[in-house]
Design a protein around this ligand. Structure first.
Ligand SMILES: CC(C)[C@H](C(=O)O)[C@@H](O)C(=O)O
Ligand code: SF4
Length: 471
């Protein structure tokens, strides 16, 4: 038998129809839904007088525009309409919905894994680009458009051209103060925001094997920021251990059988890919983005680029325009970038381990008087667990606001906005112009780096905070 990678294995298992010169028709195992990209899809079904084919494989949550304080008072009329529409659609079509009253509500990409819905070998789609997060379990998971959402609702299948395969080998181990977020930011810094276009990528290497599921999710979450269709990681004992006992996980003997199947999906020794890239992380410093895409970043102990360093005219133009939007000077020290807002949240970095990483840095200290800092747990369950273990208190004692779960400041679709011209150290995944509000200036960092910036009102090298006990 020829050695195969996991991408080929999972894809082949899901092809229900293949015809020369056409995309494959893929079976979809799990369809996740949220309030922003589903309304038209349900309208389409209604018009065509169709049902949801597999309501049991469809799960909905509300996350993008839910308020994170006073969650039942939704002031924005568009947000209110979307939330009410989702609730109505789920009732009408028999889809399970985790609404604002639910203890399990949260960001769609956080709750899938948390509830055990996300499992190795599944095809998972959602009308949302960061669906790649679920790839951390060895699933093929990707974002789809609203018309595709309708197609999946109606048929539980999707037409897809088979992407090429790309291996990203992460060599070495994470150094002190360097987190999963830094790994993916470093990869995108090295290879740019387009290298993944047309590929599904698998992250491999010794560093990946020693990461927790939470850390693997952070990495796969941002594979889309490299342009990839999806990102994934072959499952192993860490994966199975995470899934075991979760509400939707197989139980008892069924779980043991599932583990055997899941093991067989992992990439075979010697399997080939269309392309392989590598990075060694063992000597890298924590990363801070200074520009307007996730590839425009620098080491925290480094400097911003100068225009002279740019190798092409187009690079020079994009660096100049990013610096202007960000209100920063070419060649300045990263630690001189001011920070007025800190956002710890989003589907990239709002899991319990992320909150722990941030809490370790701020414990017993105070947020700088010039900084507004918020923590938005990725789900209500995470919020509850963090309260039980005393993390919420660590944050509020330090001067952070402790919120209800939702996408929040990750994107300007709700009332959590960064004011024009101000800088935000954010644990989210996108730093495009206007992402956190009109004229807002976003810097993507790890939770520990965001927490450290909250204490000082500018970026600091988290490795130098000697009191912080670092991973
Ligand atoms: C609103 C939604 C469609 C969007 C996405 O697709 O990713 C959002 O989640 C984002 O992160 O920009
Ligand atoms: S947290 Fe941000 S990136 Fe994730 S789904 Fe919500 S808006 Fe998109």
């Amino acid at each position: 038998m020829t050695a195969k990678n996991i991408i080929e294995k999972v894809w082949e298992k899901h092809v229900v129809h293949r015809e020369e010169g056409k995309p494959d028709l893929l079976y979809i195992d799990l369809h996740l839904i949220h309030e922003v990209t589903s309304p038209q899809a349900f309208s389409g079904l209604r018009q065509a007088n169709r049902k949801v084919r597999r309501p049991d494989l469809t799960f909905a949550t509300m996350d993008h525009n839910v308020p994170t304080v006073n969650r039942f008072v939704i002031e924005d009329p568009i947000a209110k309409k979307q939330i009410e529409t989702l609730a109505g659609n789920c009732r009408e079509f028999g889809v399970e919905l985790l609404d604002l009253n639910s203890e399990e509500q949260g960001i769609v990409h956080i709750i899938g894994p948390e509830l055990g819905l996300t499992q190795p070998g599944k095809t998972i789609v959602c009308g949302d680009s960061h669906t790649s997060t679920h790839g951390a379990f060895g699933a093929i998971a990707f974002g789809i458009g609203t018309s595709e959402v309708e197609h999946v609702l109606a048929t539980q299948t999707l037409w897809q051209s088979r992407p090429k395969t790309l291996q990203i080998k992460i060599n070495g181990q994470k150094p002190k103060g360097f987190f999963a977020k830094d790994i993916i930011l470093a990869v995108i810094q090295k290879y740019g925001v387009r290298f993944g276009t047309g590929y599904i990528m698998e992250f491999t290497g010794e560093a990946i094997r020693s990461l927790s599921m939470e850390e693997r999710m952070t990495i796969c979450n941002m594979s889309i920021e490299a342009g990839a269709k999806a990102g994934l990681i072959s499952p192993d004992e860490t994966t199975f251990e995470y899934i075991k006992g979760r509400p939707h996980a197989p139980k008892g003997e069924a779980f043991d059988r599932a583990v055997e199947e899941w093991k067989a999906l992992a990439t075979d020794e010697g399997a080939a890919y269309d392309e392989t890239l590598e990075i060694d992380i063992s000597e890298l410093s924590p990363v801070v983005t200074w520009g307007t895409n996730p590839g425009m970043s620098a080491a925290v102990d480094g400097k911003l680029p100068t225009l002279e360093e740019c190798s092409t005219d187009s690079e020079r133009r994009s660096v100049a325009s990013a610096l202007e939007y960000m209100g920063l000077t070419a060649g300045m020290d990263v630690t001189d970038i001011p920070v007025q807002h800190v956002f710890i949240g989003s589907c990239t970095n709002a899991r319990l381990s992320d909150l722990r990483d941030a809490a370790q840095v701020i414990k017993g200290k105070k947020v700088a008087p010039t900084v507004t800092a918020i923590v938005v747990p990725g789900s209500q369950r995470i919020k509850q667990l963090a309260e039980q273990e005393g993390l919420a208190e660590v944050f509020t004692d330090a001067g952070f606001q402790w919120r209800d779960s939702g996408c929040s400041m990750c994107l300007g679709m709700n009332s959590d906005l960064v004011p024009e011209g101000e800088h935000c150290a954010s644990t989210s995944n996108r730093n495009f112009e206007g992402r956190q509000g009109k004229g807002a200036r976003t810097h993507l960092v790890s939770p520990a780096m965001a927490a450290a910036a909250a204490l000082y009102g500018h970026f600091v090298d988290v490795r130098k905070l000697e009191e912080a006990v670092l991973a």
